[in-house]
Design a protein around this ligand. Sequence first.
Ligand code: DON
Length: 310
Amino acid sequence: MSICQDKEAIDVMVEEAKSYTQYGKVADYIPALKVADPDMLSLAIYENDETCVTAGNTEETFTLQSISKVITLALALMDRGEEEVFSRVGMEPTGDPFNSIIKLETHSPSKPLNPMINAGALAVTSMIYGSSIDEKLGRLLTFIHEITGNSSIRYDDTVARSEYETANLNRSLCYYMKQHNVIDDNVEHLLELYTKQCAIEVSCKDLAKIGYVIANEGKHVQSQRPIIPLHIARILKTFMVTCGMYNASGEFAIRVGIPAKSGVSGGIMASVPYGVGIGIYGPALDDKGNSMAGMKLLESLSQRFDLSIF
Ligand code: DON
């Protein structure tokens, strides 16, 4: 049976997963994220035929945070090509927390190990073409509008400022990389762009569509027109598997087995090759920064509908 025809079972899974929100905690290192409702859990699914299952309050919007890293990687790869991008950022999982600096110091050359950790994502953002912060951000938003078909998507200035003002760990990653010639940018400019990128506001439905396009070899939901080249869509899915849930990626691959990317706002975007995109919002996080109930929900969905790619 197609996932979208089994709404009843999905509602039960969402209710069951919701009970796990009590074991998680809303991110507070970005002050503006503290106001999120920890009990919330919502879900949207896109399938081949565009039918969509939703559960919970899918009108609620939230910021992409680290999920944006997948989209900026696509754009940077389209702008600069694989050779240049991977000369500045590696392809290996770290096993460390997303904001760790340790591998920059202990690895030689000092380039970030992958584009999903903060250091790697900052390096990727620095490679997006454009002559100003506004132009680069504008290109990113236009790309997201194209993927989702939702041209009302913007960034949340309060969240962006809140992160910019407190992002001293990310600042230190940037200065470290600048010293080692991984980035050349003015650090404050790069942080402004990165925090705005992370503050792009979406709903679960938007997230499910982005997940669907990546799952569907980069082709547009309705028209099947290519938006992301196939080889890049493959790279994105691979990073989602190996690094998408940070130092929980191994366990997630075993328990769930779906390419996915989380963000500290509580979003998870998942891409089941080739026909399913999933968007989840559950702001109570586990100790690795992944949505507590969201992870449980994906595990149930994967088991029930046999979604593991392995
Ligand atoms: O750079 C940061 O710390 C945040 N803007 C994004 C981190 C994040 O979402 C990690 N994900 N689970």
